[in-house]
Design a protein around this ligand. Structure first.
Ligand SMILES: C[S@@+](CC[C@H](N)C(=O)[O-])C[C@H]1O[C@@H](n2cnc3c(N)ncnc32)[C@H](O)[C@@H]1O
Length: 243
């Protein structure tokens, strides 16, 4: 995790739950693929304040949850004390395992080298382990990034790119599905603030004057009497270890 990303999530951790309605909706959608009970050791990565952890904790008493942002972990641990929490980078060597289940929700798009992370998750997985995960893909805030590509915090990938990365990293994908969500905002400034409130940062190099011009252009191109719309594209995946 780059320190700017970590700082953003850490600083905004206390208000994350207030603003994370899209994340709550996709977490519930991903949870549709969970069995009623989880057997064996389970690990959730990038757990944040516990929006997806809630679904897991209802299904197992053997859950470890981690996040790289200490404030996220503090809030998550207070909300779900029965879960074993730790501060950990999902992209580097995982301390525990082997795990029967590996989970994460709304994390993987943030990983600078997701293939490396996928291989590490594979290493920490028990034989026959299952990965159930979901994250945002290309199509998320696409109207905004079309006008201002330099604001993109990472390289967006589509579902096919992600499937290839998973398969190359030792995961056999058993099912996957994408979903689009739309939210309305009074204007582009409010839209960007909603994203920022979650802790997701716009790169500093952008400059305030440039950003204002972009927001004006966005309002002119995409605004109507109901304000503007933000779009989110989310991928859910279930995969197994390949041997
Ligand atoms: C959008 S939030 C999702 C949190 C939670 N899973 C949810 O569904 O609401 C992304 C989370 O990933 C964490 N994160 C980002 N990069 C990470 C990394 N490399 N390792 C561990 N956590 C990371 C952030 O600190 C943040 O808590």
């Amino acid at each position: 995790m780059t320190s700017a990303v970590l700082t953003g999530f850490n600083q905004n951790a206390a208000q994350y739950d207030i603003h994370a309605d899209v994340q709550r909706e996709v977490a519930a959608w991903l949870a549709e693929w969970l069995p009623a009970k989880l057997d064996g050791a389970a690990l959730e990565l990038g757990a944040g304040t516990g929006i997806f952890t809630r679904h897991l904790a209802a299904r197992t008493a053997r859950l470890e949850a981690s996040d790289a942002a200490p404030e996220m972990v503090r809030i998550g641990a207070a909300a779900f004390p029965a879960v074993q929490w730790s501060i950990a980078d999902a992209a580097t060597t995982l301390a525990g395992g082997p795990y029967r289940w590996i989970f994460n929700c709304s994390l993987a798009q943030w990983l600078p080298a997701p293939d490396r992370a996928f291989r590490e998750w594979r290493r920490a997985a028990a034989p026959g382990a299952r990965l159930v995960a979901g994250w945002f893909i290309r199509g998320t805030l696409e109207n905004f990034f079309q006008i201002c590509p330099e604001a993109t915090p990472f390289a967006w990938r589509d579902a096919k790119d992600w499937m290839e990365l998973l398969e190359q990293s030792g995961w056999r994908v058993t099912r996957w599905e994408t979903r689009r969500l739309i939210r309305r905002h009074p204007d582009a400034t409010a839209m960007l603030r909603a994203v920022h409130n979650l802790g997701a940062t716009v790169p500093r190099r952008l400059g305030i004057a440039h950003l204002r011009r972009v927001l004006r252009t966005f309002d002119q191109l995409h605004g109507d009497k109901n304000g503007v719309r933000s779009t989110f594209a989310f991928l859910r995946v279930e995969a197994e270890t390949d041997h």
